[in-house]
Design a protein around this ligand. Structure first.
Ligand code: NDP
Ligand code: HSE
Length: 435
């Protein structure tokens, strides 16, 4: 074949990265490539692969000349029509993608951190160059969420998105609830099974979910939402005690990602939350992800699937490659980009409202509860339920409030901290839904 020219119907792919996701992309194409060609008439051929350490054993044999340690060579190779970036990290991934786009190559990326930080820049470059930029794998692994938002729900005004966008934390919380394990033990188990990274910060502190939510909110609300706009709390402080008390109250705990477009402002937050055990999201276990979208005409739409792991993510990467191959055959490019984004102010977390669960330990003597209740009353916070558990001379008080504005709750907490009978406020967790 002539270098620089693809065979008819062929898309020649340069893969940046061959780790968990990249290797699964190679395996998927080796397993299903012929079937994909039979169904679509397109041939997806990986012609170059860049890795950090080309000599590392990775259980995949490539033809001589395919594997390289120089990612820039893959981007510059005239035989590469389309670049699939599955290496992760913001740099050099950003520079490599921009270079590919400038060279007129369509690109696929699984990189949520890159898109959440530089999405508008990369999309603007793709629009200028008239190439396709696809990112289904960047949110929810194998879960189809981005194309459905852009295409199947395109006729709607989307007002709300909420769900579970991180598989690792959902696995950890499932194990804590099911086995009664503490956070550290459940994290070790997640690491042993290959869900959590050696440095679990991205997952357990909510950065990963915040980046994914920023991408979804940008697409759904047609407003630029950056990862830094997303309020974020992780799951490190959730204890088996919270989970047990929550269960007594009829709640399950999940790390939720919530975005709303309301009254001209965008609200975006990631934090642990109690849900009624009968809520569909309470049944989403292990590394599964799930997303609800509310459209003004479609109503509520829910998607569930495997949000992490090489194979589900490769399924999304290859679907994007197939779409690019189809567009190329049809002579269309740059279809369905970011679209026009209209900036909107972000609603600060202090102005959001929800019911709260509160667990505190206090001295157990007459009059203590009256003092606590009067603080709630004076700050205008309505109590929905109270449970007290005696612990020797102390007592654990578990309270759930009615819907309360965050600033009101913070005032209550600050005043409780001043009480001489308070030993500690052990946790506060937002509750989703009406109490
Ligand atoms: P891995 O760490 O398993 O793989 C990264 C790959 O990139 C490795 O092959 C590595 O080379 C290569 N690489 C790293 N730096 C460079 C560089 N400078 N030049 C060339 N190659 C480089 O990551 P994953 O496969 O898990 O993730 C890839 C992307 O997919 C990330 O953006 C991630 O967020 C996203 N993603 C991952 C999911 C998952 O479940 N794993 C799910 C959804 C998205 P070498 O092999 O030599 O070390
Ligand atoms: N680490 C992510 C998760 C998968 O646990 O969901 C990559 O987005």
């Amino acid at each position: 074949m002539t270098p620089g020219r693809a065979a008819p119907g062929e898309l020649r792919v340069g893969l940046l990265g061959c780790g968990t996701v990249g290797a699964a992309v190679v395996r998927l194409l080796r397993t299903n490539g012929e079937e994909i060609t039979r169904r679509t008439g397109r041939v997806l051929r990986i012609v170059r692969v860049a890795v950090a350490q080309p000599d590392k054993s990775r259980g995949i044999v490539f033809e001589p000349g395919v594997l390289t340690g120089q990612a820039a060579d893959v981007v510059a190779d005239p035989r590469v029509d389309c670049v699939a970036e599955v290496m992760g990290g913001v740099e050099p991934a950003r520079t490599l993608l921009l270079d590919a786009i400038e060279r007129g190559k369509s690109v696929v990326t699984a990189n949520k951190q890159l898109i959440a930080r530089h999405g508008p820049e990369v999309f603007a470059a793709a629009a200028r160059a008239g190439v396709d930029l696809r990112l289904e794998a960047s949110v929810g692994g194998g879960l189809p969420v981005i194309q459905p938002l852009k295409e199947s729900l395109a006729a709607n005004r989307v007002s709300e998105l909420w769900g579970i966008l991180n598989g690792t934390t959902n696995y950890i919380l499932t194990k804590m609830a099911g086995e009664g394990w503490g956070f550290e033990r459940a994290l070790e188990d997640a690491q042993r099974r290959g869900f959590a990274e050696a440095d679990p910060t991205e997952d357990v502190d909510g950065h990963d979910a915040a980046a994914k939510l920023a991408i979804l909110a940008t697409i759904a609300f047609h407003a630029p939402v950056r990862a830094d706009d997303v309020y974020r709390e992780g799951i490190r402080r959730i204890t088996p005690q919270d989970i047990a008390f929550g269960r007594e109250l009829g709640f399950a705990v999940k790390l939720l990602a919530i975005a709303r477009d309301r009254d001209g402002r965008v609200e975006a937050r990631v934090h642990p939350a109690f849900l009624p055990v009968g809520h569909p999201l309470a049944a989403i276990r292990d590394e599964l992800n799930a997303l609800f979208v509310r459209g003004d005409f479609a109503g509520e739409v829910m998607t569930v699937g495997r949000g992490a792991g090489g194979e589900p993510t490769a399924s999304a990467v290859v679907a994007d490659l197939i779409d690019i191959a189809r567009n190329r055959a049809a002579g269309v490019h740059g279809r369905v980009g970011w679209g026009e984004l209209a900036p909107r102010p972000v609603r600060p977390i202090e102005e959001t409202a929800s019911p709260f669960y509160l667990l505190m330990r206090v001295t157990d003597r007459p009059g203590v509860f009256a003092r606590i209740a009067s603080i709630f009353g004076e700050e205008g916070v309505s109590i929905a339920s109270i449970v007290q558990k005696t612990r020797g001379h102390a007592a654990d008080i578990i309270m759930v409030t009615h819907t309360t504005v965050e600033t009101q709750m913070r005032r209550v907490l600050a005043r409780l901290e001043q009480l001489d009978v308070l030993h500690s406020i052990r946790s506060t967790i937002r509750v989703v839904g009406d109490v």
